[in-house]
Design a protein around this ligand. Structure first.
Ligand code: PEP
Length: 248
């Protein structure tokens, strides 16, 4: 099944008021590619200003707390992100799994909370270099996926998966094309096993050092339904060529 591609930028801890012009530039140029869904996931504090600056363009957060409200100092709930104008959020990014010690059960709870609230979710999975070199990448990622994804796909909002090998994030290194194909096929099989037919329409993004020069090759792989892009999403000049590659 060919799915409409989704190219989402992850701005991580980058973005001030002075960057709203760049967001506007990305949103305006993305309109040239109506065959691709484009989104930017920005720091929570920038969501409201970004969403106001680019009405109709998908602005997302980078994490949500699993609870709706309560005594969770410094955290942001799904309904807060939605209220600020976000339409999606990332959950389970490896930088949070690592630095904030987020496990699969917590990532799953966050995904449930976001989807139930009506926020689309990009749920990240990926292996370390040690696991890749040990030959256990596929089993590790499929197990991580199985333990992290929601029990049922919802009709209120969309779940997408981002396969992001940890060792490829921000390093300029990427897996070989057959390795990406093998992983995406394994993720697809697990999604169909868990969700039946609905698993065939869950978009699977590749993330990790995607740039204009490698995007075309990556997007040509079966079951690569888009990309999660970090560094190359900060400037329209780097990001829009990736969107163009997704448009084919
Ligand atoms: C990411 O942070 O999700 C990511 C893929 O980063 P980069 O594109 O910079 O490797």
């Amino acid at each position: 099944m060919t799915l409409k591609k989704l190219v989402a930028g992850n701005w991580k801890m980058h973005g001030l008021s002075s960057d709203l012009d760049e967001i506007q530039s990305i949103a305006t140029q993305a309109q040239r590619y109506p065959g691709v869904d484009v989104a930017l996931c920005v720091p929570a504090i920038l969501v409201e200003r970004a969403a106001r600056a680019v009405p109709g363009f998908a602005i997302g957060g980078q994490d949500v707390h699993h609870a709706e409200k309560g005594a969770h100092t410094g955290c942001t709930s799904a309904s807060m992100l939605l209220d600020a104008g976000a339409s999606l959020t990332i959950v389970g990014h490896s930088e949070r799994r690592d630095a904030q010690r987020e496990g699969d059960a917590e990532v799953q709870a966050k995904a449930h909370a976001a989807l139930a609230c009506g926020l689309n979710v990009i749920l990240c999975v990926g292996e370390s270099l040690q696991v890749r070199e040990g030959g256990n990448a596929v089993r590790t990622v499929v197990d991580q996926l199985d333990a992290s994804i929601p029990h049922d796909p919802t009709e209120e909002a969309e779940l997408a998966i981002a396969y992001e090998p940890i060792w490829a994030i921000g390093t300029g290194k990427i897996p070989t094309m057959p390795e990406i194909a093998e992983m995406h096929a394994a993720i697809r099989n697990k999604l169909v096993e868990r969700y039946g037919d609905a698993g065939a329409s869950v978009r699977i993004l590749y993330g990790g050092s995607v740039k204009a020069s490698n995007a075309g090759e990556i997007f040509a792989i079966q079951d690569v339904d888009g990309a999660l892009v970090g560094g190359a999403s900060l400037k329209a000049a780097d990001f829009i060529p990736i969107v163009a590659a997704a448009a084919g």
